[in-house]
Ligand binder design. Structure first.
Ligand SMILES: Cc1cc2nc3c(=O)[nH]c(=O)nc-3n(C[C@H](O)[C@H](O)[C@H](O)COP(=O)(O)OP(=O)(O)OC[C@H]3O[C@@H](n4cnc5c(N)ncnc54)[C@H](O)[C@@H]3O)c2cc1C
Length: 312
């Protein structure tokens, strides 16, 4: 039977190390567990929230007044003949990348070092170094929390993948259960080498030793051609779809190191808000609002959070 706990502090489950308690909390390791949790929420008229690795969330200081379900479904099926993996979305992305490489499958090396679960990565179409998880997705299996007893498979375009976006992000009733990944035949040693290089690149850019939820804002598409030109000239890279990095704009607004309470704009990566130790969610929200206002005033660009706000 599912173990439903009460008043569980969520800070321990979020990489930001911020957040009040969940009124109810359960870890689900199977589809049956998940259905039981959904039933419990329905019977008790509780709001429901699915937590993966907690690496892309900011939980409010008041916590979450409902049932938080920590996704632990992490079954693995590898079909090396057809270069496919079917994985439960509670598996960490690290485990998925490692599993693919060990089985001589290539296509996920770029994701080395991204924290969190496969579920969070699919929902937000996680990406790095020009690649995204959607490039490797063949299909995604979901269950609907609103009461539909059947699971549903989404294939290809049905997933609506775009920059940090998917259909799953727009429908809070959709809970992702598993995904089939389509990879390429690879070579373990070559993939391991690529994976190490990616990790080195990542570590050289990210703040060390401070809690965060990764990039706080999404990279905005801007209309100002002069701004795009300036970015391209300064960084020597081509803008894709009119997008410029949020971190570059925050940097141009001279905000690195700006601090409100315990929350600070990282000195190493301007799009990271870090918890210097005792930050509250309120500190982070105030700092994020300040960043948005400054960037809007200076460049006429509206930043939008990549981090998911929980319990606000
Ligand atoms: C140091 C650091 C570096 C990072 N670098 C990157 C990067 O390079 N690229 C990148 O894209 N991201 C990056 N991130 C952000 C984060 O790791 C990714 O967005 C990750 O994919 C989130 O997964 P998660 O399991 O932690 O999701 P969570 O934070 O647990 O949840 C995020 C959202 O997904 C939903 N969700 C989670 N699982 C499910 C599910 N099974 N079904 C339905 N909804 C679900 C949650 O409800 C929530 O709304 C970084 C974060 C950190 C802390």
């Amino acid at each position: 039977m599912l173990n439903i706990q009460e008043s569980v502090p969520l800070a321990q489950y979020a990489t930001f190390r911020i957040g009040g308690p969940a009124k109810f909390f359960a870890e689900v390791a199977s589809e049956e567990d998940l259905r039981e949790a959904l039933q419990y929420a329905k019977e008790n008229s509780l709001k429901f929230f699915v937590l993966g690795g907690g690496s892309n969330v900011l939980v409010s200081d008041q916590g979450f007044d409902g049932l938080v379900v920590k996704m632990k479904i992490d079954n693995f099926k590898i079909d090396t003949e057809n270069n496919k993996m079917e994985v439960g979305v509670g598996a960490s992305l690290a485990k998925v990348v490692k599993g693919s490489i060990e089985n001589n499958l290539s296509g996920l090396e770029w994701a080395t070092g991204i924290p969190g679960t496969l579920g969070g990565a699919v929902r937000g179409n996680a990406g790095a170094f020009g690649e995204t998880i959607s490039d490797a997705i063949e299909s995604v299996r979901t269950i609907n929390s609103s009461g539909d007893p059947d699971t549903k498979d989404y294939r290809g375009a049905e997933c609506g993948f775009a920059y940090r976006d998917s259909v799953f992000k727009h429908d809070p009733d959709l809970i992702i259960l598993s995904a089939v990944l389509k990879l390429r035949k690879g070579n373990r040693e070559e993939s391991q080498k690529k994976s190490r290089e990616i990790l080195d690149k990542r570590l050289s850019k990210q703040p060390k030793g401070m809690a965060s939820a990764g990039s706080f804002f999404m990279n905005p598409a801007v209309k100002d051609a002069q701004l795009i030109e300036e970015f391209e000239k300064e960084l020597g890279v081509q803008s894709k779809d009119g997008k410029v990095p949020a971190g570059w704009l925050i940097d141009m607004a001279d905000l690195r190191g700006k601090k409100i309470g315990g929350a600070m704009i990282s000195k190493e990566h301007a799009n990271f808000i870090v918890n210097t130790g005792q930050a509250t969610a309120e500190d982070v929200i105030m700092l994020a609002s300040y960043i948005k206002q400054q960037v809007r005033d200076k460049f006429g660009v509206q930043l939008q959070e990549e981090v998911q706000l929980v319990g606000f």
